[in-house]
Write a protein that binds this ligand. Structure first.
Ligand SMILES: Nc1ncnc2c1ncn2[C@@H]1O[C@H](COP(=O)(O)OP(=O)(O)OP(=O)(O)O)[C@@H](O)[C@H]1O
Ligand SMILES: [Mg+2]
Length: 367
């Protein structure tokens, strides 16, 4: 099983910097998710790791060995592409068996491996079919099967379940995770779906325009995002973002004045100290709070802010209530039984123990 290290990788296509100084240590047996919007460099990163692309600068180490200039075939890594390429003239069985045939594996062993893969992927009933007879989902399962039978040191999966329908995606997520636990191979999994990333990754690496934004456990990324991009990208809905400025109250204590309403919010001694220590007292800041860390009340409570209901989105297991705070909209997650009317006056409280604060100019988190 492999440890994969990327050191200061750059990949350019003409003027475009597809990967910009990427360094990542992927531990042996780890399930790392590369997450980011379209065009952020996820596929290019995988192609560099697999050997299909050579970085312009930087080093790639697999198990301590420099493979930067080694061919794909010398890396013992299986790559499942976003767009699967199956051999049209071979059956599903033949397609899955193909990598083993090229390794001159014994027939009996091939049969065992193909059956095991087909079992895991629930495709035993289509082993005799040709690719043109398959649905997109089945084709993707066959492509996965072909990777599984190789029992490689590492799997690189590029949106492997992206084309499947929602129900099957959910099942596949669990299956792939189980497969990872069973096989224990280091896995790098690409997706632009943050829910998938949160539910599957041991760690998540968030990228934007070729630049790594944050790498951490799902919990770290969710609760303490390193910058505003990550704060907004992770979570459904993303973090509420409120412009504010530190301001002294008559007692000299630091508060945060919300730009949209002019309301001042008290902050703990600890947060005051962080703002002062980081020299952010006179800066434009942004307060970030997750929808589940905002409380909603129909009556005025201490430190709650008066707002008006804008939209109520019901999901079944919870409601998202959009409230108007001056020019800002704040999303509040509530029980499904809480359903105030549009236009109704409500009060919101912010769990100040769970907030994030960012510098507005560079977007970086200060706490
Ligand atoms: N062979 C190439 N020639 C020129 N530009 C390329 C090439 N491959 C990728 N790019 C560009 O590099 C950037 C990163 O592309 P990449 O395919 O890695 O993104 P991605 O994160 O995988 O996106 P998606 O989610 O859409 O698959 C994009 O702007 C893309 O247009
Ligand atoms: Mg891609």
């Amino acid at each position: 099983m492999a440890e994969i290290i990327l050191r200061n990788i750059f990949k350019r296509f003409g003027d475009l910097v597809a990967i910009n100084d990427l360094s990542l240590d992927i531990k042996e047996r780890e399930f790392l998710v590369l997450l980011g919007p379209s065009g952020c460099g996820k596929t290019t990163t995988l192609r560099c790791i697999s050997g299909l692309e050579t970085p312009d600068e930087g080093e790639i180490l697999i198990d301590g060995k420099d493979v930067t200039n080694k061919r794909a075939s010398q890396r013992d890594i299986a790559f499942v592409f976003q767009l699967y390429a199956l051999y049209p003239h071979l059956t599903v069985y033949g397609n899955i068996a193909f990598p083993l045939l090229t390794q001159r594996t014994a027939k009996k062993k091939i049969e065992q491996e193909v059956n095991r893969a087909a079992e895991i992927l629930q495709i035993k009933h289509i082993l005799g079919k040709k690719p043109k007879e398959l649905s997109g989902g089945d084709m993707q399962r066959v492509a996965l099967g072909r990777a599984i039978v190789r029992r490689p040191k590492a799997f690189l999966l590029d949106e492997p379940i992206g084309t499947l329908d929602a129900k099957f995606r959910e099942e596949m997520r669990t299956e792939l995770k189980k497969l990872h636990v069973d096989i224990g191979a280091t896995t790098i999994y690409v997706t632009h779906d943050q829910v998938e990333a949160m539910s599957m990754g041991d760690r998540i690496a968030v990228m934007k325009l070729g630049v790594l934004q944050h790498v951490g456990t799902p919990n770290e990324i969710y609760s303490k995002p390193k910058n505003l991009f990550v704060a907004k990208f992770i979570g459904s809905p993303g973090m509420n973002i409120l412009d504010c400025k530190p301001e002294r109250d008559p007692d000299g204590r630091l508060t945060l004045r919300l730009s949209s309403t002019g309301v001042c919010i008290s902050i703990s001694d600890e947060i005051q100290k962080i703002i002062l220590d980081k020299n952010e007292e006179n800066k434009e800041l942004v307060l970030g709070v997750r929808p589940e860390d905002v409380m909603l009340s129909l009556i005025k409570e201490e430190n709650y802010i008066k707002t008006e209901v804008f939209v109520v989105e019901a999901t079944g297991s919870y409601n998202i209530i959009d409230v108007k705070l001056g020019s800002d909209i704040v999303k509040v997650r509530t029980l499904p039984t809480v359903a105030p009317k549009i236009g109704e006056t409500v009060y919101i409280g912010i769990d100040m123990g769970r907030i994030s604060i960012f510098n507005k100019k560079d977007g970086n988190s200060i706490m």
